[in-house]
Ligand binder design. Structure first.
Ligand code: IPE
Ligand code: IPE
Ligand code: MG
Length: 248
């Protein structure tokens, strides 16, 4: 039997981003309503936040609700918003205790006022925490993010504060919701689909992508560790050749 592979603690991805997919299908397999899948999915969120911290990941971005998810039935959207509010209220004390900073990306003006209020409160109370960043993508869409960035840049050019030739990668980075965050090193999608669904379109351009059939409610520490082990076996070439990468 081959030795089970283990994690190299000196080579942990700084930023892991996860498309948490498969709650509804998992619930259906259990003959339960979709919302039950979302509820159990919250337990996966708690376990993965803990595992990521333990392993030494610095930033974890979780895709919790997309701009497209507003098209779901009203009761499912309401149920998800309720779970989000509940999660934030319940986890705030743990975030403070573990020095987790909560941030978010997305058009949060679209969230119901009570959810937004709890979210803003949690972000402001944890703003000084420096051990770990939990970044929630809420009402997030990569295209909407690019549109607001381009509009911001266009206004600066129109006002004369900036010339078109000054637009470069760094400037665009600085106009995205993720301005303060490094690009994701590892992007995981659970639930068996192999697509990005409008997630981090700009930022993921050199992320290592890991797709797994495991449904989000069953994606726990062991599965997460497996994803990191696979990441550690990849060679990130960024356009260069293997020989160039090996010679540093
Ligand atoms: C992911 O699970 C959660 C959200 C998108 C909010 P889904 O609800 O998409 O589950 P499936 O894909 O229908 O199984
Ligand atoms: C992506 O999952 C969005 C989130 C996980 C929040 P979806 O289930 O909404 O994606 P599609 O519609 O199958 O592409
Ligand atoms: Mg889905």
């Amino acid at each position: 039997m081959p030795e089970p592979q283990s994690i190299d603690p000196s080579h942990i991805p700084h930023h892991v981003a996860i498309i948490m997919d498969g709650n509804g299908r998992w619930a259906k397999q259990q003959n339960r309503p979709r919302l039950y899948g979302h509820k159990v999915g919250v337990e996966s969120v708690q376990e993965i936040v803990e595992s990521a911290m333990e392993l030494g990941v610095d930033v974890l971005t979780l895709y919790a609700f997309s701009t497209e998810n507003w098209k779901r039935p009203e009761d499912e959207v309401g149920g998800l918003m309720g779970l989000l509010k509940n999660y934030l209220q319940k986890e705030l004390s743990r975030m403070l205790k573990n020095r987790i900073r909560l941030t978010c990306i997305g058009d949060i003006q679209k969230l119901p006022a009570d959810v937004r209020q709890v979210l803003e409160q949690a972000m402001s109370e944890t703003a000084q925490n420096d051990k770990f960043i939990l970044n929630l993508a809420l009402s997030y869409g990569g295209r909407a993010e690019l549109i607001q960035a381009i509009r911001g840049i266009a206004r600066e050019v129109a006002s004369g504060a900036l010339t078109a030739s000054e637009i470069d990668e760094e400037l665009i980075d600085n106009h995205l919701y993720t301005a303060e965050l490094p690009d994701p090193d590892l992007l995981i999608r659970t639930g068996g689909e192999a697509r990005l669904s409008n997630f981090l379109l700009w930022q993921a351009s050199y992320a290592e992508i890991y797709f797994t059939d495991v449904m989000w409610p069953e994606f726990r520490k062991e599965a997460f560790t497996q994803a990191i082990i696979e990441y550690q076996g990849r060679e990130r070439r960024f356009g260069r050749t293997s020989a160039q990468v090996e010679s540093g």
